[in-house]
Design a protein around this ligand. Structure first.
Ligand code: ADP
Length: 649
């Protein structure tokens, strides 16, 4: 609930819209009650052939004469009690009667006041002819129904806007969080986790907010409007009709708890389902090559089957909410019919010794009372849908906010230091790193890389080469020790400033499902088409790009699947060349390029790597030839040596 309240508080920021929506809701509720109340004059007065004006005048006269009689009786009784002529049970009865008379007097004085105020209005607004009055009332009901639906539409649109805007903001925040977390934190949720959060969970939250501001105010207001009118007719009878309310309330609480548990289950299932889906689709080639389709199909069937089971559970409880709330609605109406009918038929004011009304009820009076209770039972029924939405919102908020509260381990410096470009050196001092806190991947590394140095990083698989690059580029912070650029710890530099100095090409090239032009320009958004072509020429990509009918405008497909591995790497290289950064990181960047092209690229690289620091993870002798120094990484230990050993004398 705590998290959901946070979402609701965020919604309150759009308070002018919500206030307008609430006003509309209040208008809807008032018109809802007024429409039912408007039937009163038809049933009570006009169908008897009377005019409302004469009915009001008669009501005034009746109330005044009742006041006169009650006042006289009260005074007599009070005098008798004061004189002590009444004793024992008689005295008790007299006191009770005096109390009743006082209440009746108050009620009748209210009637006199309202009838006197109503009189001039009735004279001014309504015709004297009963049938014409019916037409006016019917006209009012039709017009107010139009207005009510207009207000409902405005209120729904306003609340939807607020809810959708919040869910959009949350989606944006989840996306930003995914981009800002360090890689280990990101992998804990995975693409599938973030996908589920951005789609299903944010949707659930929006539904919850919509339910609260859209229905949790309107429906209870409607109930209050109707019950308020019913209370005016007979408050005791109204309370008697609500005997079932505590039972229904208890059942609803139980139901809510069940639905919340199931919603939580659905949410975690949805993450699993996204996970299976994305994994199979992203690795579809492996799935097909190893004929694992039946396995993946079964896996998908299993997880969607689990979702189906939970979904059915949810539907069952959701469907159960309807009869439960309907029991309350119909219970109210049934009790009022049974009790009211008994009172009217027997012209009684008491049932089982309990006083229900001060005066025996008339048929039209009880009909209007039924009308109010029926009017209250409809919003009671709708309230079940609102409560369902509320539960969803709570579960959604519980899933989203803890993720949004996760602090990125890559803390940005409060007051980042600035460094001149280019830097002079990068120094690692006693740097250790572990992904899981158990296995040490880098162990007390001391290393200095001067600006302009070309360093080849070599060593066995799993030795820690990529990890070394990752900590230098600050995708992770070291577990111990520090990394300095010109004597300033990387943690004191703005992350953006550091990353702008780096261009990176990895073994797994990542391309966007856009044109080749877009993909190369991704490294530098302001680059001209000529600069892009020059970068492509350096990476020996221009030749194959020109052979495509659409040249640089060729779409590469998801992750560049329309291109060969070597072509993809060349585009990634062109992107890095275009960036013109002072540090170039190549992680097996030419591993898929044919020998001849690689030789040509190396020639270009030999030109390009002048005047910048280059870190190259490689096994290839040809790449090694470009290096000034070699860093050997094995079991987390690092040794640096010059690339060309001095000739022995
Ligand atoms: P290299 O690049 O030399 O092949 P890596 O730096 O990629 O080696 O990996 C070094 C060690 O760290 C390996 O044992 C690998 O299993 C482990 N490792 C790499 N990435 C992660 C990760 N994200 N989480 C946990 N362990 C990892």
């Amino acid at each position: 609930m705590h998290y959901f309240l946070r979402a609701l508080r965020e919604a309150v920021r759009s308070w002018p819209l919500l206030a307008a929506a609430m006003l509309c809701s209040a208008g809807v509720a008032a018109l809802w009650g007024a429409n039912i109340a408007a039937l009163f004059p038809i049933i009570e007065v006009t169908l008897k052939g009377e005019s409302l004006q004469s009915w009001n005048a008669a009501r005034l006269d009746d109330a005044e004469s009742r006041i006169e009689a009650a006042e006289a009786e009260r005074q007599t009784l009070e005098a008798e009690v004061a004189a002590g002529t009444r004793t024992g049970e008689d005295l008790v009865w007299a006191r009770h009667r005096i109390d009743t008379l006082r209440i009746n007097l108050a009620v009748d004085r209210g009637v006199v006041a309202s009838a006197s105020r109503l009189g001039p209005w009735l004279d001014r607004l309504l015709p004297v002819d009963p049938f014409q009055t019916v037409l006016v009332v019917v006209g009012f009901v039709v017009a107010s129904t139009f207005i009510k639906h207009g207000l409902l539409l405005v209120s729904t649109m306003l609340v939807s806007w607020v809810a959708m805007n919040i869910s959009r903001n949350i989606r944006i925040k989840v996306f930003e969080k995914a981009l800002s977390l360090d890689r280990a934190q990101f992998m804990r949720h995975g693409s599938a986790g973030f996908m589920a959060q951005v789609t299903a969970t944010a949707e659930m939250l929006a539904n919850g907010i919509m339910a609260v501001y859209g229905g949790l105010v309107t429906e209870p207001l409607k109930i209050l409007a109707c019950l308020g009118c019913a209370l005016l007719v007979s408050w005791r009878l109204t309370l008697a009709c609500l005997v079932l309310a505590p039972v229904v309330g208890f059942l609803m609480v139980w139901l809510n708890r069940r639905m919340r548990n199931i919603s939580t289950g659905i949410l975690s299932q949805s993450k699993g389902y996204h996970h299976v889906l994305l994994e199979a689709l992203n690795n579809v080639l492996t799935v097909q090559a190893y004929t694992m389709e039946p396995f993946e199909r079964q896996r998908f069937r299993d997880c969607t089957g689990d979702m189906l089971k939970l979904g059915m559970h949810y539907s069952f409880y959701r469907a159960l909410a309807n009869p439960i709330t309907e029991v309350l609605g119909i219970g109210m109406v049934a009790t009022s019919i049974a009790v009211g009918a008994w009172l009217v038929i027997n012209q009684e004011t008491r049932i089982f010794g309990i006083t229900m009304t001060d005066q025996p009820m008339t048929v039209p009076g009880i009909m209007i009372f039924f009308g109010f209770l029926i009017g209250a039972s409809d919003p009671v029924r709708k309230l079940s849908g609102v409560i369902t939405g509320l539960n969803m919102g709570m579960v959604g908020a519980q899933g989203l906010y803890p993720l949004l509260d996760t602090e990125s381990k890559l803390v940005e410096a409060a007051e980042p230091k600035r460094l001149p470009s280019p830097h002079r050196e990068i120094r690692l001092e006693n740097v250790s790193f572990s992904y899981d806190g158990i296995d040490t991947v880098l162990d007390g590394v001391n290393l200095t890389i001067a600006f302009g140095e070309r360093v080849a990083i070599v060593g066995p698989n799993g030795g820690g080469k990529s990890t070394l690059i990752n900590v230098i580029c600050r995708f992770y912070d070291p577990t111990a020790g520090r990394i300095l650029m010109d004597g300033v710890p990387l943690t004191d530099l703005a992350l953006g400033d550091l990353r702008r100095r780096i261009a990176m090409v990895t073994q797994q090239t990542e391309l966007f499902n856009e044109s080749i032009l877009y993909n190369i320009r991704y490294g530098r958004w302001d680059a001209t088409d000529e600069e892009i072509e020059a970068a492509a020429r350096k990476a020996h990509a221009h030749e194959f790009i020109s052979e495509f009918p659409e040249g640089y405008r060729t779409m590469v497909g998801p992750n560049g699947f329309r291109l060969s591995g070597g072509q993809r790497q060349r585009i990634a290289l062109a992107r890095a060349f275009l960036r013109d950064a002072e540090i170039l990181v190549l992680d097996e960047a030419t591993s898929q390029i044919d020998v001849e092209s690689e030789r040509l690229i190396h020639e270009a690289l030999a030109q390009y790597v002048q005047n910048r620091t280059v870190l190259m993870i490689t096994h290839r002798a040809s790449t090694l030839a470009l290096a000034d120094a070699i860093v050997e990484v094995e079991h987390g230990k690092v040794v640096k040596r010059p690339a060309r050993q001095p000739q022995a004398a």
